[in-house]
Design a protein around this ligand. Structure first.
Ligand code: BGC
Length: 367
C-alpha cells in the first residue's frame, strides 16, 4: 500500500470570475479523488476493480465551464437547503420567508431547489488539504451571509472530504447559523461504474434497505404520506436493476420521469420526528459488468435517488465524452424534501448558535 498524498493544480475561472483549484487526493487503498474548491465539485473519482484496475466512475468536467448551466449539480456540495421547498416559502414563528421558486416540474407550482439561483455549489470555498495518519482529505469552508438567496441568518459552513485507507470517501458537514434557518446539505455526485462514456446506468443494480418512500405531487413535493414500497417499483430491498421497472406505469415514476424520489431509511424514527442516531446503510449501487460498487452509509434519515432523467443533458464531459439521458445515478443523503413545511418530520431548522452536523460515507469496492 502506498502512502496517501495530494497535489494541487489550477482548475480555471468560474463564470463568477473566481479562480478555482483542483485537489487530487490519492488514498492509501487506491481510490483517487479529484475535487475542486469550486463548490466541492467532484471532477474524477477512480475506484479499483477486483484486479486493482482503476476507472473513473463519476460524471464531471475538465474545467468550471462544464458547470455553467447550474442544474443538474454534477458532483457538487448542495446547500443551504438541498432538494425542494414548496412555493419557495416557509414560516419561522409568525414570519413567512420567501425564496426564489425557480424550479418548475411540469404541472408544478414552482419551488426552491438546492439553495436557489446561486446555491453554495456555485462559490469557490476555502480549501485546506491535509494528511492525517493513513487519511488524506480537504477541509472546505464557506460563509453564507444573512439573506443569502432569501434565507435568514448568516452561516459558517465546513465540509470535510476524507479518503481512508480502506477506500471510504467520508463527507462530514458542519454548519452554524446566527439565526434560525433551515439547513439540509448533501453531495450530488453522479456515479456510472462503466465510466461515463458507458451511457445509461439502467443496468446498474441498486439496493436500498428502506421499507418506505415519499410519494410526491406533480411538482415533486412530498404529499406527506410515508408509503410502503411493497408491490411498487420502489422496492429495492433485495437489490434490483435500475432499468427493471424505471419505465413502469406508475404515477410517481411518471412525475419524476424515472427515479427522482426520497426513500425513508427508518420509518419509525421519521414518524417520531427523529433522525437516526448512528450511521445506517442507505444504499448500494453496483455494476454487474465490472463488479465495482459503492456502499453508502449516513447519519441522515433519508436518501434521494436521482437517475438523471430531467433533460437530455446535451453536454460534453471530460475526455470529450457526450453525456446522455440517465448517464448517472446520484445517491443524495438528506432530510426529507420540504421539511420546513412538514412539522411532523425530523426538523431541518437549526437554531442560532446550534451546530448542524451530518456524515455520509461512500465505501468503494469490487467483487
Ligand atoms: C432532484 C432532481 C433535480 C436534480 C438536479 C435532484 O436532487 O431531485 O429533481 O432535477 O437534483 O437538479
Amino acid at each position: 500500500m502506498k502512502k496517501p498524498s495530494f497535489e494541487i493544480s489550477d482548475f480555471g475561472m468560474t463564470k463568477y470570475g473566481q479562480k478555482a483549484r483542483k485537489f487530487t487526493l490519492r488514498g492509501k487503498g487506491g481510490v483517487v479523488l479529484e475535487v475542486s474548491d469550486y463548490g466541492g465539485k467532484v471532477i474524477r473519482l477512480f475506484t479499483p476493480d477486483k484486479n486493482g484496475k482503476l476507472k473513473d466512475v463519476v460524471v464531471g468536467f475538465d474545467d468550471p465551464s462544464g458547470w455553467d448551466g447550474g442544474d443538474p449539480y454534477w458532483g457538487c456540495i448542495i446547500g443551504r437547503y438541498g432538494n425542494r421547498i414548496a412555493h419557495g416559502k416557509f414560516k419561522i414563528g409568525s414570519k413567512t420567508y420567501r425564496l426564489p421558486a425557480l424550479n418548475n416540474a411540469p404541472g408544478g407550482i414552482g419551488c426552491n431547489l438546492h439553495g436557489g439561483a446561486r446555491g453554495w455549489d456555485a462559490y469557490v470555498w476555502g480549501a485546506e488539504p491535509f494528511i492525517e495518519g493513513d487519511n488524506v482529505g480537504v477541509v472546505f469552508t464557506h460563509f453564507s451571509p444573512d439573506g443569502d438567496e432569501g434565507f435568514p441568518g448568516k452561516v459558517e459552513v465546513k465540509v470535510v472530504y476524507t479518503l481512508t485507507a480502506d477506500n471510504v470517501w467520508r463527507v462530514e458537514y458542519e454548519a452554524c447559523p446566527d439565526k434560525t434557518t433551515p439547513i439540509n446539505m448533501t453531495q450530488h455526485v453522479y456515479f456510472n461504474f462503466k465510466g461515463e462514456a458507458g451511457g445509461t446506468i439502467e443496468d446498474h443494480i441498486l439496493k436500498i434497505p428502506a421499507k418506505t418512500y415519499l410519494p410526491t405531487d406533480s411538482g415533486q413535493i412530498p404529499t406527506g404520506e410515508i408509503r410502503s414500497v411493497v408491490g411498487t417499483p420502489f422496492d429495492f430491498r433485495r437489490g434490483m436493476r435500475i432499468g427493471e421497472k424505471i419505465n413502469a406505469a406508475d404515477r410517481d415514476l411518471e412525475i419524476g420521469k424515472g427515479y427522482d424520489h426520497c426513500w425513508v431509511l427508518d420509518k419509525g424514527e421519521m414518524a417520531r420526528g427523529k433522525r437516526p442516531r448512528a450511521l445506517i446503510h442507505a444504499a448500494t449501487l453496483s455494476c454487474p459488468l465490472n463488479g465495482r460498487y459503492v456502499e453508502v452509509s449516513t447519519s441522515e434519515p433519508c436518501i434521494q435517488v436521482y437517475t438523471a432523467n430531467w433533460a437530455s443533458y446535451d453536454q460534453t464531459a471530460k475526455g470529450g465524452e457526450h453525456l446522455s439521458f440517465r448517464c448517472g445515478c446520484a445517491l443524495e443523503t438528506q432530510h426529507a424534501p420540504d421539511s420546513p413545511n412538514k412539522p411532523k418530520w425530523p426538523t431541518t431548522f437549526v437554531k442560532a448558535g446550534e451546530k448542524y452536523r451530518s456524515v455520509t460515507e461512500f465505501r468503494f469496492g469490487a467483487c
